[in-house]
Design a protein around this ligand. Structure first.
Ligand code: 2HA
Ligand code: ZN
Length: 272
């Protein structure tokens, strides 16, 4: 069996965490990543029958039963993942009844998956319904997106419209718009359910005055999605207090969406 520390999926999660840390998005233990793995991928490195510990998840993820994930650990720092994957990451399978995590590797100081596991797995369930190729859910605290939460109305259409206006390519990158939740207590099943509900329509969900969730087929795609939202929020925050001289009009956004043939949220354009 191959050494899991050389597994491309592990190396990519670790590299992504470092990248996000260096962008200033994930202070201290902020942020978490979950990545759905195939059994074949896992079996190259681990014996799927060798369960180290079984952890109660506190919710039911029935449609994920038997599925494998690599997930950042609770209380762990993105800063440290790359140097010490075994303490900061874990690989587990969701039990047959969907309520437990069967740990195969990692969390080696007795740790457990992120406290945001409900939001992660519930989001995976919601996204898989819409896109069977979805494999990644990422939570992070990008600075400008967070800043914008304090000065902009927390409304799906209005928040999306403001972001679309800030970078020409935004409407092409996230044509379905973004979902926005009010401030809610994090680490709970309720915020998990609310996130998953928004994830039925959007790959990006803002947690009001907390951070953002992104979902996608690959780590690259998901990171790129959040990066685009954050870039737009940065431009918004750098210009919000200045007189607006030029703007990307709704007609121009419509032209972009038509040209790139994306199915955009038409009700998020015009007269907001
Ligand atoms: O796990 O970001 O939302 C650290 C967090 C909680
Ligand atoms: Zn958070």
């Amino acid at each position: 069996m191959k050494n899991i520390l050389t597994a491309p999926f592990l190396l990519e999660v670790a590299k992504t965490a470092s990248n996000m840390y260096r962008l200033g998005w994930d202070e201290r233990n902020g942020g978490n990543i979950s990545y759905l793995l195939t059994e074949a991928e896992v079996a190259e490195y681990l014996d799927p029958s060798a369960v180290i510990r079984t952890l109660d998840m506190g919710f039911e993820a029935k449609t994920l039963a038997g599925k494998y994930f690599i997930v950042t650990g609770s209380g762990k720092y993105f800063k440290n993942v790359e140097d010490d994957p075994a303490h900061n990451l874990g690989v587990f399978r969701v039990s047959r009844d969907g309520t437990k995590a069967e740990l195969l590797w990692g969390y080696c100081d007795g740790g457990r998956p992120t406290s945001e596991l409900p939001a992660h797995l519930m989001s995976h369930m919601a996204r898989l319904e819409v896109d069977p190729e979805n494999r990644v859910v990422m939570h992070t605290h990008p600075t400008y997106t967070l800043a914008m939460n304090f000065v902009h109305e927390l409304d799906d259409a209005k928040f999306t419209h403001s972001l679309w206006q800030m970078c020409t390519e935004c409407i092409v990158v996230f044509p379905e718009g973004i979902g926005v939740l009010p401030w809610m207590l994090c680490g709970t099943n309720s915020i998990g359910q609310a996130t998953a509900e928004k994830m039925k329509q959007h790959r990006v969900v803002i947690w009001g005055m907390h951070g953002v969730y992104g979902a996608g087929k690959t780590l690259d795609e998901t990171f790129g999605l959040i990066e685009t939202v954050e870039k737009a929020a940065q431009v918004y925050m750098l210009t919000a207090h200045l007189p607006r001289v030029n703007t990307i009009t709704d007609a121009q956004m419509q032209e972009l969406a038509d040209f790139f043939q994306v199915d955009y949220r038409k009700d998020f354009l015009y007269d907001l």
